[in-house]
Every structure is written in structure tokens, then in C-alpha cells.
Design a protein around this ligand. Structure first.
Ligand SMILES: Nc1ncnc2c1ncn2[C@@H]1O[C@H](COP(=O)(O)OP(=O)(O)OP(=O)(O)O)[C@@H](O)[C@H]1O
Ligand SMILES: [Mg+2]
Length: 294
């Protein structure tokens, strides 16, 4: 069983087109480190499979080496939800990659798996099988606490249902994610993004006092102010009229080009999908097509 797991690790590395890698045998819990050649790594890897103790196998942390351009990749990502005696396959062997500074849209009919894919990539749900590799680090190799810290520092969410904190006012909500990840922000920055989103007069109000579209814009401000490497946006323009929707798209585009942020945006809006660098089509939990503009 453990041998198979290890061999699977090596084949995942091969899948991501590793150029160079070697295994550092000198430490108590061996790590895969840069340097050396990939064929040598495979050979040593198989040897290690035989010699790793039970404890070492569990302590083993792999630093996956993907192309530097790729921020996040999934491999054979599958999510099943149990429905009584049976299960529903919401994601079925999904393989996608997102480059650094790339704006990608995810389109598909209602129930096709968009939110599930965003939640799985963001570490909010644990996949049934498959892997997510982020910044060369595999989520599988992290425990729950490590995953939470990683998510806080690197990933921003704009949720389909906004998820503002009801007991905080809009100003405090906007600051929340940046404060959690200990990124310094000023009141001027909060006011600036609120102005860009047209909610500058709502900062002292509570979420329940705002319309759906205004809450959505507050959720967008909160996610963007934390400057994550990856922004997962679940229908960020869903509750907005076309004018506000276009200004959100403009804001996202600026974040991508100026801060090298990567954005994966689920959307039903064809006009906005066409403005992104790449469109991924999902149907019944499977990726059925990709259209690239670059
Ligand atoms: N927690 C859950 N338990 C059971 N089934 C779920 C759960 N979450 C989602 N599903 C099911 O998984 C499938 C994919 O749902 P998902 O929310 O990812 O779709 P979606 O593409 O985001 O749809 P929409 O465009 O309506 O937001 C659906 O059939 C849904 O009913
Ligand atoms: Mg959804």
C-alpha cells in the first residue's frame, strides 16, 4: 500500500513535467529538493520506498516542482457528495492548471460543478481523490491547520452568497481578510476600494442593511484588499447590473495585470467570460473544453 502511494507521488511529479529533482536522504524526514536529474530521482524514489519506515513515510513532505509559471494545478480531482445510500459525483477527474497572473473563467450550467471546483481548489472541501498542487506544494501533504494558514495567506474568496460577517460593519468586513493574514492596510486603502466599487457611503452600515449587490461589492473589496496570489471568484457579478458588473471586471483585470494576481472566476455571463484570458467549460463535473485567448 505505501509503496503504491510513493510510486503515485513520483508519477504525479512526472505528470507535471518535472525537469530536475532529487531526494535529500540526509535528513530524518527526507524531502524532495531541487537539483539532480529526474530519472535519478525515480530510481532513488523506488529505493526509498523500500527503506522508509512507517513513521518516516507519514512525515514525508514533498515539494512538488511544477513549471514556475503555474500557480495552481489539479490532477484527477474528484469530489463525491453522499446522497443517502448513493453518491453524487460533483467533480470527475478534473485536470486544470492556472498560470501566475492569468484571468480564467469557469463556465457551465447550474449544477455543473463550478462552486465545488472553486471550493476544492481553495481547500474548503477535501476532495474524494486526486490532488491540488499550489505554488509547488501539494495540499495532501498539509494537515488541517497548515491548510488553513496557507489558505489565509495565499487564497482569496468571493463567495456566491457573499459570506459577510453579520456582526461587523462594512468597513470592518472589508478589512477582515487582510487583517487575518496580517497584511498591513490603511483606512485610505479601504476607502479607495470602497469608492471604486461605489459603496463608500456604506462603510459604517451593517451587512443586513445593504442590498445583495452592495453586499457582493463589499465581499469583493474584502477579497481584493488582502492581495491573495489566487482569487477564487464565484459569480462575482451575479447580483450586479451591467454597469457595476463591468466595473468589477475592470477591477479584477487591473489586479491581474498590476499585482500578478491569478483569478479563477465562475460565471454565467458570456460577455464577461469572453474578457478573460481563458475559458474553461465544465459539464457534469468534467472539463469538456478550454478556449485560450493568448
Ligand atoms: N454539499 C453538498 N451535498 C450534496 N450535493 C452537493 C453539495 N454541494 C453541491 N452538491 C451538488 O453538486 C453538484 C454541483 O454543484 P455546484 O454547486 O458545484 O454547481 P454550480 O455549477 O456551482 O451551480 P450554480 O451555477 O447553480 O452555482 C450539484 O448537483 C449539487 O446539487
Ligand atoms: Mg455555484
Amino acid at each position: 500500500m505505501y509503496r503504491n502511494e510513493f510510486t503515485e507521488t513520483i508519477s504525479r511529479l512526472a505528470f507535471y513535467g518535472l525537469g530536475t529533482a532529487d531526494i535529500d536522504l540526509s535528513s530524518a524526514s527526507p524531502k524532495l529538493v531541487m537539483g539532480g536529474s529526474f530519472p535519478k530521482c525515480v530510481k532513488k524514489g523506488l529505493f526509498l520506498t523500500l527503506t522508509l519506515s512507517f513513521r518516516q513515510l507519514f512525515e514525508f513532505r514533498v515539494r512538488y516542482c511544477m513549471s514556475d509559471d503555474i500557480l495552481v494545478g489539479t490532477r484527477a480531482l474528484t469530489v463525491d457528495f453522499s446522497c443517502g445510500m448513493t453518491f453524487l459525483r460533483a467533480l470527475d477527474n478534473v485536470d486544470i492548471t492556472i498560470q501566475r497572473g492569468e484571468f480564467v473563467s469557469l463556465v457551465g450550467v447550474s449544477g455543473s460543478g463550478k462552486t465545488t471546483l472553486l471550493n476544492a481548489i481553495g481547500g474548503l472541501i477535501v476532495p474524494t481523490s486526486g490532488s491540488i498542487i499550489f505554488n509547488s506544494i501539494c495540499f495532501d501533504s498539509m494537515n488541517e491547520e497548515e491548510r488553513t494558514i496557507f489558505r489565509r495567506n495565499h487564497i482569496g474568496f468571493i463567495f456566491q452568497n457573499y459570506n459577510l460577517i453579520p456582526s461587523l460593519n462594512i468597513f470592518q468586513n472589508i478589512c477582515f481578510s487582510a487583517q487575518l493574514s496580517q497584511k498591513p492596510i490603511t483606512a485610505q486603502q479601504v476607502e479607495k476600494i470602497a469608492r471604486q466599487l461605489g459603496i463608500e457611503d456604506k462603510l459604517t452600515q451593517m451587512p443586513a442593511e445593504l442590498s445583495g449587490g452592495q453586499q457582493q461589492r463589499a465581499a469583493i473589496a474584502r477579497a481584493m484588499l488582502a492581495r491573495p496570489s489566487l482569487l477564487l471568484a464565484d459569480e462575482p457579478t451575479g447580483s450586479l447590473d451591467s454597469v457595476n458588473g463591468r466595473s468589477i471586471m475592470q477591477l479584477l483585470r487591473t489586479a491581474v495585470s498590476e499585482n500578478n494576481m491569478s483569478v479563477l472566476m465562475a460565471t454565467h455571463n458570456e460577455e464577461f467570460a469572453l474578457q478573460t484570458d481563458r475559458i474553461i467549460h465544465i459539464e457534469d463535473g468534467k472539463i469538456i473544453a478550454e478556449e485560450s485567448k493568448k
